[in-house]
Ligand binder design. Structure first.
Ligand code: FE2
Length: 297
């Protein structure tokens, strides 16, 4: 897996890493599944959203394999893939979803043929905010697990801005506010304060969405979904509403190839192939732009 030597993800270096390892990765996946290319139904790839240079590696590889092995190509939306693997690996059917990762933070709920976005970050993603704060405290990428560990050591918090604006949330100012306290407030208290404020805002947006949509299911997904405090908050909120909280296994919360393949399969079953000329990557592709045909019986 790509790990930056220092700082955050460097787009070009991450893409170079992908190019260097893609062949080995594909061979390993086929070996593990004990199948050949001819056994595949289609070639699915993440068409967006994401880092453009990295998406290009996946798209170029997928187009090449599709041509070489005469298999249909299917470009999938990364955010929707997180949701569909979440429902596949849990009992959830049509959950309101809090999707929080290094690159995205959104609250989505299925309504009339699409997953609508009810709330989202106005600036940086929650995972990115955790990474920034961790870096300031001297920890390498990814910073979420370090912040979680620091926060577990205390119950104390300092008062910070509460980052919710309407149905949306915002983590950039909160991160700066915490960074300014480094040295004056202990790392444990800062980490705990950040988590309590940021997660409460995200869970509040999820709760409001559930209330508006009369939803009895909540799904937590994305890399930050592995955080135990966030899970605890979602669980507690659901209990109070008589709703059910669902948490996919850790390997399906973080980015994974299975979610792209699975979303591709759902789409291909409904005839959603992607022509080569339409396979250009979409770094800002919003999930509500996609018809969720696989949700319709
Ligand atoms: Fe992701």
């Amino acid at each position: 897996m790509y790990e930056p030597e220092e700082g955050g993800i460097h787009p070009r270096k991450a893409a170079e890493h992908h190019y260097q390892h893609v062949r080995e990765l594909l061979n390993n996946a086929l070996d593990e599944a004990k199948i050949e290319y001819e056994d595949l139904d289609a070639i699915a790839f993440s068409q967006g959203p994401g880092i453009p240079q990295c998406l290009d590696v996946g798209a170029v590889t997928a187009r090449t394999l599709s041509k070489k092995h005469s298999k249909p190509l299917v470009g999938v939306n990364h955010c929707l893939a997180h949701i569909s693997i979440g429902t596949q690996t849990t009992e959830a059917e049509k959950p309101s979803t809090l999707y929080v990762s290094g690159g995205n933070s959104q609250v989505l709920s299925y309504k009339k043929g699409r997953y609508r976005i009810f709330g989202e970050t106005l600036d940086i993603a929650l995972g990115n905010a955790l990474d920034k704060l961790a870096r300031k405290l001297g920890y390498p990428h990814p910073g979420g697990p370090e912040i979680e560990e620091l926060a577990k050591q205390t119950d104390e918090i300092i008062e910070l801005s509460y980052p919710i604006k309407g149905m949306d949330f915002s983590f950039s100012g909160l991160t700066t506010e915490c960074e300014r306290e480094v040295g004056d407030v202990s790392d444990n208290v800062l980490a705990n304060s950040f988590q309590e404020h940021a997660y409460a805002a995200a869970v509040e947006a999820l709760e409001r969405t559930m209330s508006q949509e009369n939803s009895t299911e909540a799904l937590l997904t994305g890399g930050v979904a592995m955080n135990s405090r966030l899970r605890e908050m979602v669980e507690k909120m659901c209990k109070q509403r008589d709703a059910q909280a669902y948490f996919p296994p850790a390997e399906y919360c973080m980015d994974n190839g299975v979610m792209i393949a699975h979303q591709g399969l759902l789409r291909i079953k409904k005839g959603n192939k992607t022509k080569i000329e339409n396979s250009k990557t979409k770094p800002n592709w919003r999930p509500d732009k996609v018809e969720a045909k696989w949700m319709i019986e």
